[in-house]
Design a protein around this ligand. Structure first.
Ligand code: UDH
Ligand code: MN
Length: 353
């Protein structure tokens, strides 16, 4: 009976078509979202019912009589889920400060009634995006406090007008964050991505680097491609050192996140991802920045990650620290990172092959 059907050409055509559709879906949406859809393993969040990002923060008013004796619970009891996020007027630094009274200079915070169980450093590469930075701080500080983390925010500012280098700034942020403190988790965070759900925990997976911004609005809340590792990610210091940090050699827009994903694989680790229902981020709309033009050299670099990752990274990081200041809402690290080497000539380009 089945054999007879299979012989019919239109049945075969349907079969091939449905398989193609499945492969396409798998590639576009990521396997986890499909399994989630089919098996409903994650709660279905209702993003049309959102909460103010400052909800429940009064729980943190310190009681002068109280003595902290216990660790905070594994899962904070005061999370609220989906958050209301709008990009209208940029909140002023003064307003953000007033609403986050228990954040200490340098952007440090420790829960008041219990010992923070997780120590998280958020590291943000930055140049000339002050209004994005203020918007992010307005939303991120209360979210991290509600997660009851011991945390600090580090902004790594590239001085001068040379081509931007996101990955090198992140390497510097890690080195500087670890110089004065111990951290369980390093969160590498683009300045323009705002998390939409406070159950998206800013803690690391101890066995695998974690990609957190799995569902960005600019990619219609799905992954742009399967190996995507851009936006926001979380690694432990051990994982970061095992992959020799990030490459220092990607100047301009693009490629460095794919190099990082390759390093993870080449060093024997693999990537875990926040489920798509939870890893939702809104990107503050923007055009491409001056000084961060598309890196046309990136495909050549990416062909060679296998050969270069052990030499290009934390063990080859050079920069000049211009200043380190503790502002009211974050630690600002300003650096001179030099500039991109001259574009390869035809001759040197051939050496790659
Ligand atoms: N960044 C800066 N300043 C710059 C460039 C980049 O702070 O001048 C940082 C910032 O943290 C940013 C991150 O690097 O979030 C990544 O850069 P991006 O936001 O420019 O990258 P994205 O892929 O944008 O989001 C690509 C250009 C989109 C143009 C679309 C026009 N509609
Ligand atoms: Mn962006």
């Amino acid at each position: 009976m089945l054999l007879a059907r299979i012989e019919k050409p239109y049945f075969l055509l349907c079969l091939v078509f449905s398989q193609l559709m499945f492969v396409l879906l798998f590639y576009r949406r990521g396997a986890s979202s499909i399994f989630q859809g089919i098996f409903g393993s994650n709660p279905a969040w209702d993003y049309s019912r959102t909460h103010d990002v400052y909800t429940n923060l009064s729980f943190f008013t310190p009681d002068p009589e109280a003595v902290r004796t216990l660790y905070c619970p594994v899962r904070s009891p005061i999370l609220v889920g989906p958050l209301s996020i709008t990009f209208g007027r940029t909140p002023s630094l003064k307003k953000i400060q007033l609403r986050n009274r228990y954040v200490k200079p340098g952007g440090y915070f420790s829960p008041k009634h219990c010992y923070g169980r997780y120590r998280t450093a958020v590291i943000i590469p930055h140049r000339n995006r002050e209004s994005h930075l203020q918007t992010l701080l307005y939303y991120l500080h209360p979210l991290l406090q509600r997660q009851q983390l011991h945390y600090a925010i580090f902004v790594v500012h590239q001085a001068g007008n040379a081509t931007f280098n996101r990955a090198k700034l992140l390497n510097i942020g890690v080195r500087e964050a670890l110089r004065y403190d111990t951290w369980d988790c390093l969160i590498l965070h683009d300045v323009d991505l705002v998390p939409e759900n406070d159950y998206n925990l800013y803690v690391c997976d101890t066995s695998r680097p974690k990609h957190m911004s799995s569902a960005m609005d600019k990619f219609q809340y799905s992954l742009p491609y399967w190996a995507y590792f851009g936006g926001v990610s979380a690694v432990t210091p051990d994982q970061f050192m095992k992959i020799n940090g990030f490459p220092n050699t990607y100047w301009g827009w693009g490629g460095e996140d794919d190099d990082i994903a390759d390093r993870i694989r080449l060093s024997g680790l693999s990537i875990t991802r926040t489920p798509l229902s939870l890893g939702r981020y809104k990107m503050i709309p923007h055009d491409r920045d001056n000084g961060n033009e598309e890196n046309l050299h990136r495909y050549n670099l990416l062909k060679n990650t296998r050969k270069t990752w052990k030499e290009d990274g934390m063990n080859s990081l050079h920069f000049t620290l211009l200043s380190r200041e503790q502002t009211a809402l974050y630690t600002n690290i300003t650096v001179d990172i030099g500039e991109a080497p001259p574009a390869p000539t035809e001759d040197s380009r051939w050496k790659f092959f």
